[in-house]
Design a protein around this ligand. Structure first.
Ligand code: HEC
Length: 242
């Protein structure tokens, strides 16, 4: 596995060095002075973090490689952060893989690449404007009203619902999970912490609502997102029925 990764990365490094070199003539280069890393971090958390773990960004996605691990080796082998930046930029625009292409483009891609280039495998925490760039997903509790319970997904695309603990009376219950972010999510409910799945709503994004209707008895339930890696990344909470 690490062998395959290393081969891929070095091949990409070579390709991207070429592209950066060529692009330099056209003026669309990746000079740090032109990149806004604060904006890059915001975009990374919103558009990339659901699939990638990056410690400084606080993201925990698992659908794609852990970017700290992915670049640790090449950095330790002496590749500079500029090279990492070039690789990330190249990967965003031309992924030779299952990763969707051009999730961000133009200046946005330059900003994201610059942020990942400086953050990947870089121990410690972001400070100053970078630390303030992304608010942590806020979580509170919620109570069902008139047989309805609202459990929105984090609007910023982080792997969290804005509700971590919910309560409802026994009986028919509709759970509505609006998702304002661009990262697809759904909501499902199971008994206890690992009981059978009782219901699962549609996968939605961009303001769609994932909805389930269940008849609940007193006890503890868990709600969670069924998309790969999202529950593991933190997208779950508990429902107590009284
Ligand atoms: C829907 C999930 C998904 C999203 C969103 C996504 N990626 Fe990826 N990414 C992947 C997968 C899967 C791979 C591994 C592809 C492969 O190697 O076959 C990958 C690979 C990568 C790699 C190469 C890592 C390595 O080991 O060489 C980088 C860099 C990367 N992504 C950066 C980004 C950035 C930056 C964004 C946001 C603009 C992003 N990704 C958004 C799924 C995603």
């Amino acid at each position: 596995m690490s062998r395959r990764r290393r081969g891929t990365l070095v091949a990409t490094v070579a390709a991207s060095a070429l592209v950066v070199g060529l692009a330099g003539c056209g003026g669309d280069d990746l000079k740090e002075s032109r990149a806004d890393v604060v904006h890059g971090k915001q975009l990374f958390v919103e558009r990339c973090g659901a699939c990638h773990t990056l410690a400084r960004a606080g993201t925990r996605g698992t659908a794609g490689p852990d970017l700290d691990a992915a670049f640790a080796q090449s950095l330790s082998e002496g590749f500079g952060r500029d090279t990492v930046r070039g690789v990330v930029h190249e990967q965003i625009l031309y992924p030779n893989s299952q990763m969707p292409a051009k999730i961000v483009t133009g200046q946005n891609a330059i900003d994201v690449a610059a942020y990942v280039g400086q953050a990947a495998a870089n121990p410690g925490e972001d400070e100053g404007a970078l630390a303030a760039a992304v608010r942590r997903a806020e979580q509170s509790s919620a109570t069902a009203e008139n047989g309805r319970l609202a459990i929105p997904a984090d609007p910023g695309g982080q792997l969290a619902y804005t509700v971590s603990e919910a309560t409802a009376p026994a009986g028919p219950l509709e759970i509505d999970s609006v998702n304002e972010s661009t990262v697809p999510h759904d909501i499902a409910l199971q008994e206890g912490a690992d009981g059978p799945e009782l219901a699962k709503g549609e996968t939605v994004s961009g303001g769609g609502v994932s909805r389930i209707s269940v008849d609940v008895r007193p006890g503890r339930y868990t709600f969670y997102c069924t998309l790969p890696g999202h529950r593991e990344g933190g997208m779950e909470g508990t429902l107590t029925v009284r």
